[in-house]
Design a protein around this ligand. Structure first.
Ligand code: PLP
Length: 439
């Protein structure tokens, strides 16, 4: 299979009013073809002695997405007990999941965790305490463990908030604690058959390469039983046309070469594991919003759309940029940032949502100031489409803020059909867990 460069999905503008008219706005739109293609690209990465790909389901944990991805052969990386339970409810067996979490489950959750592990879930030990709490159970049931190592070195995140390797992050057993944990495991005869490091999301691919060498050093120094080395996720995608996507073929080739060199040195054949989230789904998604008002001020012209930070919080959280397209009500494309083709007659507009927050905008700078988007002036009722929103959008947003209901989602299938995969919340869901008490 040839590896094609992979970038933001071309927008099919005619689709936008079809989706909006059938299911309303705002709405999330996903693309099965894109997701399946990205799974294939990942599974075809060069490797030395086998490749295992897990999808980091925190990126988008919708059951339809999980089923598409697992049907293509990816397993799952879960970041909480609830994620694991949710994937199981979608029909995915625990034996296809690994749990990498900051939680230290106690009480009923602990019992639940034990059931999941007995059913085949791989437990990735992420702290000294986590090890201490799981050791007796693992020993009693002869369960091999995975260990997440905090490398104690600058990680690879696109921003400090997405760097999970530096001294300002606390994910995994810190390198200083690794000898202690290893000695304790040796005493019980427990084996770490997998070593895992995830240095962050969307950073410089060079950092990913550096991590491969560093991590293989940990495997050699501390983990003679390891048969799998997981390099985590973090593969960068290009959401905006000017951005550079990680070249996964070249990263795979590098990993292959280093794992082969490891074999030459130690005689050990390691399977490579990766767990991308962003790469699988980010560019499969669009958010369709409708322009509900315009405010033309002396300083900046605003378009108010019917969805913002409660649908997509990445601009506010990270200053992330997503391509914007303006689509007319008849499905013609008025202007688009999805490719670099210049649009005639563009003007700067601040595009803002409905929440009472001055940071509720699709584009902000590092200080939270709105950055105008250059577009052709649309009419009220036209659509603002936000691209690159398949990952960390509906799974991460401050949904229900200002009591806006979480919108539904639609999947464009392999055959081009539009299928609703999640309904919009109903108003009762906003308050269903509140109790009427007399104080
Ligand atoms: C442990 C772990 N693995 C994988 C990922 C996926 O990262 P990305 O979506 O950048 O590929 C994350 C993201 O936070 C993570 O924390």
């Amino acid at each position: 299979m040839t590896m094609k460069p992979f970038g933001p999905t071309k927008l099919d503008a005619a689709l936008i009013p079809k989706v909006a008219q059938q299911w309303g706005t705002p709405i999330y739109l996903h693309d099965q073809r894109y997701i399946e293609n990205s799974c294939e690209q990942l599974l075809n990465m060069p490797n030395a002695f086998g490749l295992h790909v897990r999808y980091a389901m925190k990126a988008n944990s919708d059951r339809t997405v999980l089923r598409i991805v697992t049907n293509k052969g990816l397993d799952l990386d879960c970041s909480s007990l609830d994620e694991a339970a949710r994937a199981y409810a979608a029909g995915i067996p625990y034996s296809r999941m690994m749990l990498t979490t900051q939680e230290v489950p106690m009480g009923e959750e602990r019992i639940e965790l034990e059931g999941m592990i007995t059913a085949g879930l791989k437990y990735n030990v992420c702290s000294l305490l986590q090890y201490q709490l799981i050791a007796d159970f693992a020993e009693a049931h002869k369960i091999d463990l995975s260990i997440r190592v905090h490398p104690g070195a600058a990680g690879g995140g696109e921003s400090a908030t997405r760097d999970t390797g530096s001294e300002y992050s606390c994910f995994g057993v810190h390198l200083n604690d690794v000898p202690t944990v290893k000695a304790m495991a040796d005493e019980l005869g427990l084996r770490f058959t997998q070593v895992h490091v995830h240095i962050g999301s969307g950073g410089d691919p060079e950092k990913w390469r550096e991590n491969i060498d560093r991590e293989l050093g940990f495997v050699k120094a501390y983990f003679p039983d390891a048969t799998t080395v997981s390099f985590g996720g973090g593969l960068k995608v290009a959401r905006m046309p000017g951005e550079k996507q990680a070249d996964i073929v070249s990263l795979g080739a590098y990993a292959k070469q280093r794992i082969e060199a490891f074999k030459a040195e130690t005689g050990r054949e390691l399977t490579m594991e990766i767990e991308p989230g962003t790469f699988v789904v980010a560019n499969s998604g669009h958010i369709i919003t409708r322009i509900i008002d315009k405010k033309l001020t002396n300083e900046l012209n605003f378009l108010i759309v019917d969805g913002g930070m409660e649908l997509l919080t990445r601009p506010l959280l990270y200053g992330s940029e997503h391509p914007i397209a303006i689509v007319r009500q008849d499905g013609t494309l008025l202007s688009s940032e999805y490719d670099q083709s210049p649009s005639e007659g563009v003007k700067p507009f601040g595009i803002v949502g409905r929440c009472c927050e001055s940071g509720d905008s699709v584009r902000l700078d590092g200080d939270g100031t709105i950055v105008p988007v250059q577009i052709v002036e649309p009419e009220i009722g036209d659509y603002v489409v936000i691209g690159g929103t398949g990952a960390y959008s509906e799974s991460m947003s401050p949904e229900n803020y200002n009591s806006h209901r979480k919108p539904g989602a639609v999947m464009r299938t392999q055959s081009g059909e539009l299928v609703q995969i999640r309904k919009k919340q109903v108003r009762e869901q906003l308050t269903q867990n509140e109790l009427d008490v007399t104080l």
